[in-house]
Each structure stands twice: as structure tokens, then as C-alpha cells.
Write a protein that binds this ligand. Structure first.
Ligand SMILES: Nc1ncnc2c1ncn2[C@@H]1O[C@H](COP(=O)(O)OP(=O)(O)OP(=O)(O)O)[C@@H](O)[C@H]1O
Ligand SMILES: O=P(O)(O)OC[C@@]1(O)O[C@H](CO)[C@@H](O)[C@@H]1O
Length: 303
């Protein structure tokens, strides 16, 4: 079974304005509320790919109920822990460019945190746990360490999609996959990255530190896949970007979902890129039909 863990879900409030006037009254041209949070996005795309999975994490308040109801309507299996504070609302402002304003997240009490760890007792060897996104500040920076320990004790594999020291600390525990974008990779090492060669150099360092597979996404430039066997590049198809929020999560869903169904790394890579691009070219996350349409357009070559 694949589990996605979203410690800090959100309603993504997508707001489009014609011309952003800071300090003035702006009227929305269009707005849209979507369930969000990285693990939830991964679950929604896995569901499109008909890969069985369960979404877990914390939800709270009216915003949490909105997300729970949405997931129920999409028949996404979930087992969230309900907390007393409200799940956050993240603003995604489209004004020619994309500006994001993400909330810090609700207060999670110690008893609630403990109860989530208890839920993880269902894990078995062979399961894959996808740990994605930020950690609400009240949980403490080491909460991912605790979740990783639970995964390791049960023999489950884990994927981690986060940044900074939480990602660094996870590497020696041999995550099945890490997927920084090229900016996050540069930030992780405190460098600026200009070329594909530099991405490969720093991507390899993640392998050396323990990751089993490394995907470095580069938005419209596609992605690099770095493994013990070699380094591969995939192009991204061309299209009109509608909403790139969740493109990275879709890529993880495509990769992990296809890898779990086929065990084929190159097909998983292809599926990851097709899913990421299908989301970038959609208002909401990618649907199955669009992912299938883009899949043949992805060319993979060894670097
Ligand atoms: N402009 C684009 N054109 C085509 N494909 C795109 C574009 N942006 C994203 N993608 C696809 O999605 C994948 C992941 O995108 P990106 O590198 O932006 O990840 P990310 O920064 O983690 O995304 P996000 O944080 O917005 O979810 C890319 O490798 C590519 O396949
Ligand atoms: O604040 P975090 O947890 O880092 O990121 C949260 C978030 O920006 O990530 C998703 C897209 O990847 C959105 O659905 C959501 O709003």
C-alpha cells in the first residue's frame, strides 16, 4: 500500500486578477478553492492513475471538513487525525505571474501528534510512505525524524519531499526517492546552479548521502533522474501553463505510482514528467486522460 502523509494540508485559494495593484482595491477575475497540501495532491493524482493509496495527516475545523468532503467525493481513501485548530488556507495569486502566500499551519497538540504516530502502526514491509510538505511549527522540526523511524521499524520504504535540514537529515535513512527542484537543490548546498552539469554534481551528492533515486525537476526544462545506474534527462512537453501549483507533487505521484505497478524505473520517470506537465497545463491537478496523452511526448536520453 502507498500512504501519503500531509502534516500541513491547505485549502489552496487560487485567485486571478487582471492587474495587481498593491495598496489598492483589486477585483478577482476568477477564483477557485482546491484541496491542497503536497501529500494530498500526490494522493489525488495517484487516484487518477488508479493506484491504491491512503492519505493521512492532520485536518481541522471548517477548512479540514471541506478537504475531507472533497476527498470523499473523489473516492480517495483517507484516515486523517482531526485536530482542534483550523487547517490553513494558502493563497495562490495569479497576476501574469504566480505569487504564493502559504499559512504557517494550525497548532498541533502533543496528544494529537502522538495519535498520528499511533496511526502509523498499520505500516508493513513493502509499503511506501510519501512524506510531503512543510511541518506546522508547533509540531517541532524533528517530526519527520519520528515518522521516518516508524517507517524504518516497520520495513516500509519512504519518499520525502521537503526542504532544508529535514531533507538533509532524512538522506542517511535511504529514501526511495527525493525530488528537489533545481532551486531547492541549490539552496540545500548553499550554491547557485547554472548548468545541467552542476545539477548532476549536486544531485549525485544526494545519492552519496543515501537517497536511492534522485529526481531533479526543472519546470519547463523537464527533469534529470540520477541513480546508481546512470543519469537521464527527460524533456517536458510544450503547452500553455495554467497552474503549476502541484506539478512537483504530480511528478512524485506519477513516478511512485508507476514504479509500484511496473517496477520499471524509466517508465516511472516518464510517467512522473507526464503527470507534472499535465498538471502544469491544467487548472486543477492532472487527470488520467491528459497524463496518457502526454506520456508518448516524453523523450528520455542518457546524459
Ligand atoms: N512550464 C512547464 N511546462 C511543461 N512542464 C512543466 C512546466 N512546469 C512544470 N512542469 C512539469 O512538472 C514537473 C515538476 O515541475 P517543477 O520543477 O516546477 O516542480 P516543483 O517546483 O516541485 O513544482 P511545484 O512546487 O509548483 O509543485 C517538471 O519536471 C515538468 O515535467
Ligand atoms: O507550505 P508547504 O507545505 O511547503 O506547501 C504547501 C503547498 O504550497 O504545496 C502544494 C503544492 O506543491 C500546495 O497544494 C500547497 O498550498
Amino acid at each position: 500500500m502507498i500512504y501519503t502523509v500531509t502534516l500541513n494540508p491547505s485549502i489552496d485559494y487560487i485567485v486571478e486578477v487582471e492587474d495587481l495593484r498593491l495598496g489598492g482595491l483589486n477585483r478577482m477575475k476568477r477564483d477557485l478553492k482546491l484541496p491542497g497540501g503536497k501529500g494530498i495532491n500526490v494522493s489525488r493524482v495517484l487516484n487518477q492513475l488508479e493506484v491504491q493509496n491512503k492519505a493521512i495527516g492532520f485536518l481541522g475545523g471548517f477548512t479540514g471538513r471541506y478537504i475531507e468532503e472533497w476527498l470523499r467525493k473523489e473516492s480517495i481513501s483517507s484516515d486523517f487525525l482531526f485536530v482542534s485548530d483550523d487547517t490553513r488556507i494558502n493563497i495562490k495569486l495569479k497576476h501574469g505571474d504566480e505569487t504564493e502566500i502559504n499559512g504557517a499551519g494550525p497548532v498541533i497538540r502533543d496528544t494529537e501528534a502522538e495519535a498520528l504516530l499511533q496511526k502509523m502502526a498499520v505500516l508493513n514491509a513493502g509499503d511506501v510512505v510519501i512524506l510531503s510538505g512543510s511541518v506546522p511549527p508547533s509540531l517541532g522540526a524533528d517530526f519527520y525524524d519520528k515518522l521516518i523511524s516508524v517507517c524504518k521499524e516497520s520495513g516500509a520504504e519512504f519518499v520525502i519531499d521537503t526542504t532544508g535540514s529535514a531533507l538533509k537529515k532524512a538522506l542517511p535513512h535511504q529514501p526511495l526517492l527525493v525530488k528537489p527542484n533545481h532551486h531547492e537543490l541549490a539552496e540545500l548546498f548553499g550554491v547557485t546552479i547554472q548548468t545541467k552539469e552542476e545539477i548532476i554534481t549536486y544531485g549525485r551528492k544526494l545519492l552519496e548521502a543515501g537517497a536511492k533515486h534522485v529526481l531533479v525537476s526543472m519546470a519547463g526544462e523537464g527533469a534529470l533522474f540520477i541513480t546508481e545506474q546512470g543519469v537521464y534527462h527527460a524533456n517536458a512537453p510544450k503547452g500553455t501553463v495554467k497552474n503549476s501549483v502541484g506539478a512537483g507533487d504530480s511528478m512524485i505521484a506519477g513516478f511512485v505510482g508507476t514504479f509500484s505497478l511496473t517496477g520499471d524505473l524509466m517508465e516511472a520517470f516518464r510517467s512522473g514528467v507526464a503527470s507534472g506537465s499535465a498538471t502544469a497545463f491544467s487548472d486543477d491537478l492532472a487527470d488520467r486522460e491528459f497524463i496518457e496523452q502526454l506520456r508518448p511526448l516524453i523523450n528520455i536520453s542518457e546524459v
